[in-house]
Design a protein around this ligand. Structure first.
Ligand code: COA
Length: 140
């Protein structure tokens, strides 16, 4: 059975491994320090899926004000895919959003990954017309 719970600092190594394998890891966004700061501010803002005591997936939650929540870094260990684990992570994040009175849950997905877009579409997510790039400055 898979259990969804809040991320703990001791989960970092496995979460990093899952993100790297899924090509989602970024040295700034996903540093141990940044994730620790994130759960310190909001303990429910990173969820992990645990099966037989092993971390097998994760999702991050970003609140934009009180009515909008983004899902981010949804990833499942490749050996545990197609077992409904990501669906459980999404559902748990949506439950948290409902509990907090949020009106909309959204995410950014690769516009060229039609399989992924279909995956989210099947789970009730609507698609915007625009394509986006993430743009940033390194300030340190
Ligand atoms: C997308 C992903 C999180 C799905 O995890 P999962 O636990 O296998 O998903 P579930 O078991 O809940 O659902 C299985 C479904 O996923 C589909 N699926 C499997 N691999 C997938 C992939 N790489 N991309 C999209 N969908 C995928 C299956 O075909 C099945 O589809 P259906 O139920 O819509 O018919 C997982 O494939 C993954 O970690 N991919 C790499 C990271 C990634 O792309 N994350 C999304 C960031 S926006």
């Amino acid at each position: 059975m898979v259990k969804i719970r809040n991320y703990k600092i001791s989960d970092y190594t496995k979460v990093k491994e899952i993100l790297e394998e899924a090509s989602l890891f970024d040295g700034v966004w996903d540093s141990e320090e940044n994730l620790s700061g994130k759960i310190k501010a909001n303990p429910e803002s990173i969820l992990v899926a645990v099966k037989d005591g092993v971390i097998v997936g994760n999702v991050c939650i970003i609140n934009y004000g009180s009515k909008l929540q983004y899902l981010f870094r949804l990833a499942v260990d490749k050996d545990y895919r197609n077992q409904g684990i990501a669906t459980q992570l999404i559902n748990s994040a949506v439950d948290i959003a409902r509990k907090n009175g949020v009106n909309e849950v959204g995410l950014y997905a690769d516009a060229d990954n039609s399989k992924l877009l279909a995956y989210y579409s099947k789970r009730g997510f609507k698609k915007s017309k625009s394509r986006y790039y993430y743009m940033w400055q390194d300030i340190k």
